[in-house]
Design a protein around this ligand. Structure first.
Ligand code: KE4
Length: 423
């Protein structure tokens, strides 16, 4: 008898492209069919056929407290009783803006949007409007949402102008984006030496987590900061994933590099649709209605998303959640490293974000990530799934811990991973 998930997926494919509302959910990278979720609570999700999994995706980052945390649920219930959306300023927008600016000092002013994509798209337009320049520099393996200007792969030569990375992106637009290998500061300097006065901004995931997870080399972000200052370009940190997760103030708190603009999202929505972008006041003041750069959104600052995000951030602060997540992450790393000691695998982590690469060498950029044995990863993914552990359904995604994961959960997961790796 076919499962409810299978029947739902068959129905979904008749009316939703690929049967999913976001491609990664379709399991195309790992094979097989996605399961459908009935409910989620804490570190666990339950599918519509009653199977329970330990969840290491956490809805791709927002579930930092775990699923359905009581303080967030209560805050949303209470806000909902006062109305769902106003399209008129509401007090929670002010509290959210003040909270973000307190936690992330480089953000002097901030505007709420409804997704990470909107946040990065707005940063790019604002940078172009502020500088009067058109070119953008991004890095291979960094994903910033489905923004036309950022769905761009490296041109024929690593330092040449970009080519579309998706159908529907005009070549003329992609041409304005230059895509460079991450951690290659010499390449950045060479591009700026050639055309730095035409570059509006550099946008970077400070810790790329959309090709697995790899870390900046010492001095890389300091180098980006210096080259942007030298040529009058803006530095944009895309902290949609790392923001409010790797530290209260995001990765910029850990590395001490001050970007001009920051894109944010996920954690600050508590699971509801949200994004935000912010930074230097003199740049943000170029936004409509004060300035000439237009940006808008019907549901931006939505009271329920604000209530959920504020409750989540308050709970993280109350529990010193970032310290706990670091301790959980370190314990999980120790357990996983013990398992992979004599295997051709590499485990990389920052805080509660991690990736197990199926390659023996350390991964510092996309090309090195692509050396992974994807078939071996896929076998591992499905073996863990069968035993009740849900990792991200792609070698090129990160995993996430939450405050709901316990030491016992991590020990159980490590044992399931050990068994899967010997399959
Ligand atoms: P959204 O538009 O999906 O809210 O955010 C786009 C985005 C921007 N910047 C970074 C660094 C991101 O990681 C993302 C989205 N992350 C993916 C996870 N790899 C979302 C999952 C999905 O696309 O379904």
């Amino acid at each position: 008898m076919s499962s409810r998930s299978h029947k739902l997926f068959e129905a979904a494919k008749r009316r939703i492209p690929g049967g999913v509302n976001s491609p990664v959910r379709a399991f195309r990278s790992v094979g097989g069919e996605p399961f459908f979720v009935e409910s989620a609570n804490g570190a666990r999700i339950r599918n519509v056929d009653g199977k329970e999994y330990l969840d290491y995706v956490g809805t791709w980052g927002p579930a930092i407290l775990g699923h359905a945390p009581q303080p967030v649920i209560e805050a949303v219930r209470e806000a909902a009783g006062r109305g769902l959306s106003f399209g008129i300023p509401n007090p929670l927008e002010v509290e959210m803006a003040e909270t973000i600016c307190r936690l992330v000092p480089s953000v002097e002013k901030v505007r709420m949007v409804n997704s990470g994509t909107e946040a990065t798209m707005s940063c790019v337009r604002l940078a172009r409007g502020f500088t009067g320049r058109d070119r953008i520099v991004k890095f291979e393996g960094c994903y910033h949402g489905h923004v036309d200007s950022l769905l761009v792969k490296a041109g024929s030569g690593a330092l040449t102008h970009g080519q579309p990375d998706s159908a529907g992106v005009p070549g003329a637009l992609a041409e304005l984006t230059i895509t460079i290998p991450f951690n290659d500061l010499d390449a950045v300097r060479a591009v700026f030496a050639r055309e730095g006065r035409g570059i509006a901004a550099v946008i970077v995931e400070p810790v790329p987590a959309n090709a697995g997870l790899y870390l900046p080399e010492p001095g890389f972000h300091e180098g980006l900061r210096a080259v942007c200052d030298e040529y009058g370009a803006l530095l944009i940190f895309d902290e949609v994933m790392t923001g409010f997760r790797v530290a209260a103030g995001g990765y910029q708190e850990l590395c001490g590099v001050r970007p001009d603009l920051t894109a944010m999202g996920k954690v600050i929505g508590g699971g509801l649709p949200v994004g935000a972008f912010g930074g230097r006041a003199d740049i943000m003041d170029q936004l409509s209605p004060d300035g000439p750069v237009y940006q808008a959104g019907t549901l931006s600052g939505n009271p329920l998303a604000m209530a959920a995000g504020l409750a989540q951030l308050r709970e993280m602060e109350r529990r010193d959640g970032w310290r706990t997540l670091e301790n959980l992450g370190a314990a999980f790393e120790a357990a996983m490293r013990e398992i992979i000691t004599d295997l051709p695998l590499t485990f990389q982590r920052i805080g509660s974000m991690f990736c197990l690469y199926f390659t023996p060498e350390p991964v510092r950029n996309l090309a090195e990530a692509q050396r992974s044995d994807r078939e071996a990863f896929n076998r591992y993914f499905h073996a863990c799934l069968t035993d009740g552990v849900y990792f991200a359904p792609s070698q090129f995604e990160a995993g996430f811990l939450s405050l709901a994961h316990t030491a016992a959960d991590l020990e159980k997961t490590a044992e399931i991973a050990r068994k899967a790796l010997r399959v």
